[in-house]
Design a protein around this ligand. Structure first.
Ligand SMILES: *Cc1c(COP(=O)(O)O)cnc(C)c1O
Length: 422
């Protein structure tokens, strides 16, 4: 479900014409729908309402301050993975006492920054990290709140680069080690064990991995409590899948159905860290065709968005729907089958890499120089992973609210490209 739709033969975001935004701000251009953001947040809030969860929007999916402010105003908290992200959520006005801090490599400076801001808990990934938190907390005369990140050895059946809860990933620790570390926390007045954390990977399109994970978490919590820990939190991370191709995603209620009863039985508070589910379908990337060419028996559509703007196809073999903003052929429901009046094309960018493409062999109507195309479901891990590779200024970002819009990041200039160099 999102609020991008074709009407009178052209693409709209809510009540705003995409072509108008492209004319005003140029391309490549990220366009976000506030209504879609709020729709997805509300869906999760309602689905899990029975356990009154703390929803920590995962900042790394899209860290634009405009998005963070919308999330904050709607009652979301935040999951951060760096000091920089903690700085951002503070700028957005967040209550940092509900923020969780994840990541395998927190520095002493980042730990100190988080303690100064009284974060809810650190998702701890190793014994060395536990020791570092204890040391920094002691130097400040405070107690470090921790959750141990378990690697439950569950196969989330997602891309190798985005699975995180399988044995052999760099993330988390196995259950035996978590039990040893729990003993250590119990003996250390500088630390308190708040709960268990897991994040299985992303995007996950089935509920089974969550069902298995929450049962493991509840077992571990019960064992910790039997040893005298006041363990109150189960944090199941993020990873809920979204519609990239058709309507393949599950509603939030499907995940809630398998998670909520076990959390209730365990008598725990629930934290979740959804990123993609909230922002993924709430953003699109608009670009303009520069040239088309036929070579080697193929049609190439060369347009002005590239891997530096959206790296997911190059990095994760990701599929994004692509269709013209003012199409001569109505948008299909299935983008993966042959489409009448269309021809397969590679949609590529100007960057000097063969890996620079947004789609390969994609059925598209005839496109001409200057035509606008839309790459859908680009709100998560799009601009957040953008770079200046090939000295390309980063795109402009616009947040739409009905028939109004706000520029939430201006387009970078050539001067911006060299601003930090001396
Ligand atoms: C990336 C990440 C998330 C968010 O994943 P999504 O797929 O965007 O929901 C949540 N928690 C942790 C620890 C992460 O690293």
């Amino acid at each position: 479900m999102d609020f991008f739709h074709y009407q009178n033969g052209e693409l709209y975001c809510e009540e705003t014409r995409i072509a108008d935004l492209a004319a005003q701000y140029g391309t490549p251009l990220y366009v976000y729908s506030k209504r879609t953001l709020l729709h997805h947040l509300t869906q999760i809030q309602q689905a899990f309402a029975a356990v009154d969860p703390v929803l920590c929007y995962s900042v790394k999916a899209n860290s634009n301050l405009g998005i963070l402010k919308v999330m904050n105003a709607a009652g979301s908290s935040f999951d951060v993975v760096s000091g920089g992200e903690l700085y951002r959520v503070k700028q957005a006005g967040a209550d940092t006492s509900k923020v969780v801090f994840a990541g395998v490599g927190k520095t002493d400076e980042e730990i100190a920054f988080a303690l100064d801001n009284h974060v809810l808990m650190f998702n701890v990934e190793s014994e060395a990290e536990l020791d570092a938190i204890a040391r920094v907390a002691a130097s400040k005369g405070v107690v470090g709140p921790v959750a141990l990140r378990l690697n439950p050895d569950i196969d989330a059946k997602t891309h190798a680069k985005t699975t995180t809860g399988k044995k052999g990933n760099k993330f988390g620790m196995d259950i035996e080690r978590a039990e040893q570390l729990a003993e250590k926390v119990l003996a250390d007045p500088r630390l308190s064990l708040r709960g268990i954390h897991m994040h299985l990977g992303s995007p996950i399109l089935t509920t089974e991995p969550y069902a298995a994970a929450v049962v493991k978490a509840a077992e571990v919590v019960a064992r910790f409590r039997a040893r005298g820990h006041d363990t109150r939190w189960i944090n199941l991370g993020g990873g809920f899948g979204i519609n990239y191709r058709q309507q393949e995603a599950k509603p939030a209620s499907a995940y809630a159905d398998v998670i909520v009863p076990t959390v209730q039985q365990a008598g725990c508070r629930l934290a979740l860290e959804p990123g993609r589910f909230i922002v993924g379908n709430a953003g699109v990337l608009i670009s303009q065709v520069i040239f088309t060419k036929r070579e080697g028996g193929k049609l190439f559509v060369i347009q002005d968005a590239a891997m530096n703007d959206l790296v997911r196809p190059a990095m994760y073999d990701a599929f994004h729907r692509i269709w013209p903003v003012q199409p001569r052929v109505p948008a299909p429901t299935n983008y993966e089958a042959e489409i009448p009046g269309c021809e397969p094309a590679d949609v590529v960018g100007p960057v000097c890499e063969s890996g620079d493409y947004l789609a390969k062999g994609r059925w598209l109507p005839p496109l001409e120089r200057g035509e606008l195309v839309c790459t859908f479901s680009a709100g998560a891990y799009g601009m957040a992973m953008a770079s200046n590779y090939n000295s390309r200024p980063r795109a402009c970002e616009v947040l739409v609210d009905g028939n109004q819009h706000t520029v939430v990041r201006r387009r970078e200039t050539y001067a911006d490209l060299v601003a930090h160099e001396m």
